[in-house]
Ligand binder design. Structure first.
Ligand code: AMP
Length: 293
């Protein structure tokens, strides 16, 4: 009798587990809290999953807006990729669901919000802080590239900060479509390498270029090829017109690392594992990968 009961219990557990795997989420599974922010296609709220008490960020996207901008197919692809990535510096996408009007993304909650706002507040970061973030990004990108995922859209607006101060890549700009989207919808050239602005073939080393741009922006507060006119940014990228302003004073080793990432010939950019071994990273990055300020 006792054995039969145990078997029944095991079966019940197994069926519960498989129900969990196939679980279809609905809005009633969550308590909705304060709004965290607003995006192009909808709103993000703090939320608690009722059964587990797990705190998440619930992103609510309006189908009508997704349809208008013709990005539903792209969203599907990007969600598919992001939900399979597991890395401490990549924001988790736990799942999604939808109703008639909206699509809901269940995301890891990044308690300290946008890195972009922090950069605006501080104007520029210390070398210690910048190096810690660059090392975290390099590790996350090595992980992505190992899974044949090229990010192509690394920029401060796509980075969030977790409760401990850890950096999280937080967009779903993972696919070729993202590049198209950026060209048509955002038109921001600042982070794109020569081979992408010229639309020739590119590979994972596009992310090394963007990391170089980001490293520069962390230290100086502005991206390196910024210009008033689109056409000037284009020209500066293609010519790799890299200049280091006298202020703020930045170490030569930092400039050396940036110069090794912002190389026109993409086969000559410093590989990401070598970025992690570069003296500037070794001397400045927090070994824990967490910048506490
Ligand atoms: P987005 O639609 O991704 O641009 O998000 C809009 C805003 O919501 C962002 O700028 C953040 O301030 C906030 N936000 C988005 N996702 C999260 C998250 N996972 N954790 C905390 N805040 C978030």
């Amino acid at each position: 009798m006792a054995i039969a009961t145990e078997t029944q219990q095991q079966e019940k557990k197994a069926s519960e587990a498989s129900a969990d795997v196939q679980k279809r989420w609905t809005l009633s599974d969550f308590d909705i809290g304060k709004p965290l922010g607003r995006g192009k296609f909808g709103h993000v709220y703090l939320a608690r999953e009722k059964r587990s008490n797990h705190i998440v960020a619930l992103k609510v996207l309006f189908k009508s807006q997704l349809q208008q901008s013709q990005v539903e197919h792209q969203l599907r692809r990007e969600v598919e990729i992001q939900s399979h990535l597991r890395h401490p510096n990549i924001l988790r996408l736990y799942g999604y669901f939808y109703d008639q009007k909206r699509v809901y993304l269940i995301l890891e909650y990044a308690a300290r919000g946008e890195l972009y706002k922090e950069l605006q507040r501080c104007k520029h970061f210390s070398e210690r802080r910048a190096a810690t973030y660059v090392a975290s990004l390099a590790r996350a990108l090595i992980y992505c590239h190992g899974k044949h995922v090229i990010h192509r859209d690394i920029k401060p607006e796509n980075l969030l900060i977790g409760a401990e101060g850890e950096l999280k890549i937080a967009d779903f700009g993972w696919s070729v479509h993202t590049f198209n989207r950026r060209r048509t919808m955002c038109g921001t050239l600042d982070y794109l390498p020569p081979e992408m602005v010229e639309s020739v073939e590119h590979d994972a080393s596009v992310d090394i270029w963007s990391l170089g741009v980001l490293c520069y922006e962390f230290l100086y507060g502005i991206p390196p090829f910024e210009a008033r006119e689109h056409s000037d940014t284009y020209r500066r990228i293609v010519q790799v017109d890299l200049k280091f302003p006298p202020k703020p004073v930045i170490s030569q080793t930092a400039k050396d690392l940036i110069s090794q990432m912002l190389v026109r010939d993409y086969s000559q950019r410093l590989p990401l594992h070598k970025v992690l071994q570069h003296p500037w990273i070794v001397q400045n990055a927090e070994p824990s990968g967490i910048y506490r300020g």
